[in-house]
Ligand binder design. Sequence first.
Ligand SMILES: NC(=O)c1ccc[n+]([C@@H]2O[C@H](COP(=O)([O-])OP(=O)(O)OC[C@H]3O[C@@H](n4cnc5c(N)ncnc54)[C@H](OP(=O)(O)O)[C@@H]3O)[C@@H](O)[C@H]2O)c1
Length: 342
Amino acid sequence: MGNMNRQWRLTKRPVGEDFDDCLVFGEEPIGTPGDDEILVKNLHISLDPANRVWMNEGDSYKAAIPLGGVMEAFCVSIVAESKSPDFIVGDVLYGFGHWEDYTVTDGAGWEPAPDIGAAPFSAHLGVFSVVGPTAYVGLLDVCDPQPGETVVVTTAAGAVGSLVGQIAKIKGCRVVGITGSDEKCTWMTQELGYDAAINYKTESVFKALLKHCPDGIDCHFEQVGDAKVLDAVLTQLNQYGRISLCGWISGYNATAPIAGPSGLANLVMKRGKMQGFIVLDFPERIAQSHTDMRQWIEDGKLKYRVDVVDDLSGAVEALHTLYAGTNKGKLIVKVQDDPLLG
Ligand SMILES: NC(=O)c1ccc[n+]([C@@H]2O[C@H](COP(=O)([O-])OP(=O)(O)OC[C@H]3O[C@@H](n4cnc5c(N)ncnc54)[C@H](OP(=O)(O)O)[C@@H]3O)[C@@H](O)[C@H]2O)c1
């Protein structure tokens, strides 16, 4: 291992999507673990829409990244040095780490990566680490879909959304996905088994939902926060319908409050439920989600695609693709390989 640690630091708070000048790429010597600490070598880091939210000051589910601090991310990493009785060199870990080659940590928030069977290494972030458990608990625990029910998903070809739609199909539901391109619509219906796909950029979502959800909507998985789409869903929600609020990507770069839906009264009339969630709140469900997803992948029932950026220096440019809709699957930065993994 060389002596230097490449890293991205947040030097000012961005306005809107203008974050390129706020993140500065540099390097400094690799840290040395003290007593009870480890040095992890970051192999893959996850680029997530919420990364932009973490750059803001304000009320969130996690503290804002401090100015001058290294940009944060979910990582899959390998223990390179250990002065901790809890970790040994070569352990592959999931954790809340940083956009850098190496991180010194006391191990809090880091845990052993699960057995992913024969899946390639990119499946750690592509499915198992965050996006799969998010899809799993956000659909199954928040919406509790029943066989024969109709499930609608926004951002339905994305990393989380594509898994939500397929899990709903595995549970015997009719699944309608909403996304932003014809290519994604075709992938969803021809490869993932969606019953119908709607391109919100070229079609009336309200009319298309009427057509594709003839029995109304029982469950809705929301990731965008577009008032028009949410209103179209709310007006077609069935009695005791459930809406899982997973994300609000249309607002992550907003510089002013964005409009909300006007049809919330229908939740009263239909005795509906709308619940936000964060995957971190379901630690007791993660192991089961890993077991089920590994089995579904092995059975050919769960497909995923990954969009891998080959160098840490490209992380900022790549982050924009999530807001442009041009990412083709789970967006991952491959930081480096490790000889221990072959
Ligand atoms: N609650 C949790 O614990 C949790 C955990 C992980 C992720 N999330 C949330 O889940 C959502 C999806 O994350 P992901 O990692 O799977 O990303 P992703 O869906 O793979 O990528 C983001 C997608 O969002 C869509 N999009 C971007 N800007 C948009 C806009 N202004 N209006 C409408 N659509 C827009 C684009 O797809 P289209 O082509 O379809 O527009 C884009 O490809 C995000 O909101 C994220 O914050 C929540």
